[in-house]
Ligand binder design. Structure first.
Ligand SMILES: *[C@@H]1O[C@H](CO)[C@@H](O)[C@H](O)[C@H]1NC(C)=O
Ligand SMILES: *[C@@H]1O[C@H](CO)[C@@H](O)[C@H](O)[C@H]1NC(C)=O
Length: 301
């Protein structure tokens, strides 16, 4: 549920970014063309030039955007491989093979979390003590932040598997070797997408160490939502003394509904293994630390 809602938000953001990039590109091209014209010093009928620019822009935008949209929506394999390659240290074909075996040729409502054990074993999560960031209902904010400050915090979606599969939909079919992206059920318990995120979240939480951070949302009535993956899968896996503390960063935006004082956080405190220190801080200026790399991680909030 959480994933789905936030995926939509994320897609919107991505679209906005793309539009902005396009506009930038368009403006650049217009400028370049204008420059050329000035240099040539040959006055031409403006209308023809203008329509030329527009046609050119559309062609270029189509050429740039077309393949991007296509890889995201209809071909999970090429998306997986190209995202995986950015990490430069994995046998991406082998990872894809380990991924596929979890759901291919299976009923898409019969893919248990354990089906992904071989995939997790093929790309085990590395403990990154004091940098590990968990989140619930703050997907856009948290990734907007970690994208810029990987030196400070790392989320599951910044690791190779989380990154490669973020935002994707996939499933198999009995009697077929294929990977499908449409008509993939999410309303049955053992579906391929939810099972992956549960398995990966568990594995990521299992290696948590040192001071752990969780970004929760003050824009919800129950920041520590007992039905979230964070509550159901991650929190109970933090082990003392390997994990020293859990530090909640409560994202406070304009129309905040709750904060660190909310009673649900008492439940979070209680759910932690004894020996793990708990803290919570209401933070209204998350972006500042993201946009100013000179701010030390420890003083982000
Ligand atoms: C599925 O894959 C196997 C092995 O890669 C191949 O031998 C078989 O023909 C494939 N079946 C279909 C239906 O494509
Ligand atoms: C705070 O937490 C409690 C219990 O977890 C919840 O029922 C309540 O509605 C929450 N929110 C606010 C704004 O009080």
């Amino acid at each position: 549920m959480e994933q789905e809602q936030e995926q939509k938000q994320e897609q919107k953001q991505e679209q906005k970014q793309k539009q902005e990039q396009e506009q930038e590109q368009e403006q650049k091209q217009e400028l370049e063309l204008e420059l050329e014209q000035e240099q040539a010093e040959t006055p031409r009928p403006w209308k023809r030039i203008l329509s030329g620019i527009i046609v050119l822009s559309i062609v270029i935008i189509g050429a740039v955007l077309g393949p991007v949209l296509q890889t995201n929506e209809s071909d999970p394999k090429s998306t997986f491989l190209s995202r995986c390659k950015k990490f430069n240290q994995y046998d991406c074909q082998r990872l894809w093979g380990a991924f596929e075996q979890a759901y291919v040729n299976k009923d898409p409502c019969n893919v248990p979390v354990q089906a992904y054990d071989p995939l997790i074993a093929a790309a085990p999560f590395k403990p990154q003590c004091n940098k590990m960031m968990f989140w619930s209902k703050t997907k856009v904010v948290v990734h907007g932040f970690t994208e810029k400050r990987k030196d400070c915090f790392v989320t599951l979606e910044d690791t190779v598997l989380g990154y490669a599969l973020n935002g994707l939909t996939w499933c198999g079919k009995k009697g077929s070797n294929g990977t499908f992206t449409t008509a993939c059920p999410r309303n049955c318990e053992n579906n391929p997408v939810d099972s992956f995120w549960i398995r990966a979240s568990a594995a990521y939480a299992d290696v948590a160490c040192g001071d752990v951070t969780a970004m929760l949302s003050g824009s919800t009535i129950t920041p520590f939502d007992p039905t979230s993956t964070f509550a159901k899968v991650e929190v109970t896996r933090f082990k003392a003394p390997k994990v020293r503390s859990l530090n909640v960063v409560m994202v406070i935006q304009k129309n905040a509904k709750s904060n660190c004082k909310n009673a649900s956080l008492q439940k979070l405190k209680k759910a932690l293994h004894t020996g793990i220190t708990y803290s919570c801080k209401d933070v209204s200026r998350i972006q500042e630390c993201g946009s100013k790399p000179q701010i030390a991680c420890k003083t982000c909030w």
